[in-house]
Design a protein around this ligand. Sequence first.
Ligand code: URA
Length: 434
Amino acid sequence: MRIVDLIDKKKNNSSLTFDEIQYIISSYVNGDIPDYQISAFLMAVYFNGMSQEETSFLTKSMIESGETIDLSFISGYKMDKHSTGGVGDKVSLIIAPIVASFGVPIAKMSGRGLGNTGGTIDKLESIPNFKVDLSKEEFAEVINKVGFSIISQTGNIVPADKKLYALRDVTGTVNSIPLIASSVMSKKIASGADGIILDVKFGKGAFMEDIGSAKLLAQSMINIASSFNKKVVALLTDMNQPLGRMVGNALEVKETLEVLSGNGEKRITDFCVEVAAYMLIMSNKYTDLNHAKVEVENSIQSGKAKDKFLEWVEAQGGDSEAIQNDAFYKGTKHTFFVRSKCSGYVESIDAAIIGHIAMISGAGRETKEDMIDYQAGIELNKLVGDVVQEDDVLMIIFSNKELNKQQLSHALEGYSIVNEPIEVRNLIFEVIQN
Ligand code: URA
């Protein structure tokens, strides 16, 4: 086989066989094919797409490029969750203790953030002494003791994705349904869970701007899952505003505790209740969604879910006392109040702008090497649908850096304020499953 012939084949919109795709992926990972030829191949996929069968072949080849995790040491139906990347997305931190409080184990590997979206691992590292790099044995011990664990990606899982994603990032080929679907699903399948819940976002700042493309992406991921006998529920969710009120690492831990204490903002609370309920249905704890939602609400109101979260923080070495203390969240030198220049109703909040401002305040990384300031971030004082009077505070930015006027007016541009009241919709627009 010659890579140039396979590039030509894809360029001419013909389908590739499993052997051909496997040859491309394994030769690239081994260093036998240079970046420039894979770049041409990725661009051909970007323009001509892949059939569902080719996408499953690609996923399988990517999984086979590295190790897979065997979760058979955990008894019961193991759940995992993936979000295609949101701003202020602390949902995994909230739903994992809820679901585990019902005896359903969660074994999750997460990543660090880059650019406008934050990473679950960065949020966890804002907790003093919290260990995200556990060995396989320690990971198993925490899951068996507490019921769930979230750690940073260990070992050599899907090395093909690490190389391909870095190349896609600099060749304009990220936004391709077969490439995103195979990238996400190879990691999820290699991580060994039985059931996976996917939060597929659409809107400004999401990989898919419109709901139609988000649906195609979700369907492609579900089809891949079916070819590996895995169960998937995909939620199509609105990203036309950040998730919750807090964006930033320690601030999102604070909001996690608020939701788990029953004092969280309504939309993110409702969202987490629904996601957790779907996970309980998938794992056969309940058969009726409304009943599962009531049980999830009970686990929050009774304090069971919050206790589970605090128990887990301790089990991974973190200081659970510190994060319950208000003083912990007030650590930045500067506080900037962004005020409205008009009255009206909040129509939308541009998650990409808010993510960008959070990043420049120190809460995120522009390049992989940047250091995170865990205390930095944004508190949104007004959310979609809220009434705003001129001069009201829309958001508070916490930073140890001095932000300039231009950056602060960019933050203001994140808010769209209109004269007419806005109907506040559920964040979940549609649910599809196999
Ligand atoms: N998340 C991933 O893991 N891969 C993609 O390609 C896009 C989002």
